[in-house]
Design a binder for this molecule. Sequence first.
Ligand SMILES: *Cc1c(COP(=O)(O)O)cnc(C)c1O
Length: 360
Amino acid sequence: MTRVFNFSAGPAALPEPVLREAAEEMLDWHGSGMSVMEMSHRGKEFIAIAAEAEALLRQLLAVPANYKVLFMQGGAIAENAIVPMNLLRGKAGIDFIDTGEWSRKSIKEAKKYAKVNVAASAEASGYTTVPPRAEWKLDPAAAYVHICSNETIGGVQYHFTPEVGGVPLVADMSSDILSRPVQVAKFGCIYAGAQKNIGPAGLTIVIVHEGLLGQPHPLLPSAFDYKTVADNDSMYNTPPTYAIYIAGLVFKWLEAQGGLPAMEAHNRAKAALLYDYLETTAFYQAPVARDCRSWMNVPFKLKDQTLDAAFLKGAEAAGMVQLKGHRSVGGMRASIYNAMPIEGVRTLVAYMKDFEAKHG
Ligand SMILES: *Cc1c(COP(=O)(O)O)cnc(C)c1O
């Protein structure tokens, strides 16, 4: 068996010990005689699995007691509608900070439900920055302020938590949740699809302040009503059971690594290896402003784009896959989430140097 270094933006690499544990437990989970996939979500075994996953997630992120942790479905794209339908609470408008493709998707969907105010946009920079907080034109009457903490496609990440006064802050953290500690209490709601930095596709995590619940849009489907989901311990309908189980194993693995402070150090070190190298060469170019560079998704371009295909082919031959950039931006993108070992980044940088020596 050979495993590659998988730089996919999502669904993305999982920690190998997690996959091994899941493989061992595949046919018989803890003497139950069943695979987790075969369990009733109302049975005592799965209830214990889900409760442990929630407890571990709460511990990792130090989630305050007055926040609900919800295991949902539909991904972050569904949340782009589910969030306004839950959190608009009869108010008229939402403030958005536009930092790229994922912000724009959130904005477009929210327009179906609310008056959208783009309080700041990085469009003029070609989406290579986060607009400085001082430039945001927030509306104090807004239902909430929405940010995308890490733009997975553009590789732009917040390295600060914005203060937004008394208005709840909502973040799409799909591609950087659990990559570093965050102060959950500064947010009204955090949501994330699991398939970037947590586990299998199909699970969506929502962490929401309980004071925001209970005023849903009248047409909000019950299965997406945060209060209904919370009141039923995320089992109002059948949750994505296997994905919750794998997420729980990932949470346990994160604890064993030293929790989120250790993940931050690990992710900073990986990102520094790659960005520091990109600074030393003109053969490759990193488009994002230095203080907004993502530790999770590192886009870069070969100066001579006619070499792109050869670069990707050589990388694949050397055991590195999924380095092609998103179709909307071109070039390359290395996604280096929690599960990417530093050895993978070292191998990539060595390959990039070697490729430059041959073609530069
Ligand atoms: C991947 C991603 C999404 C889309 O998630 P789906 O699971 O496809 O709905 C949304 N926002 C961000 C920041 C992402 O990285």
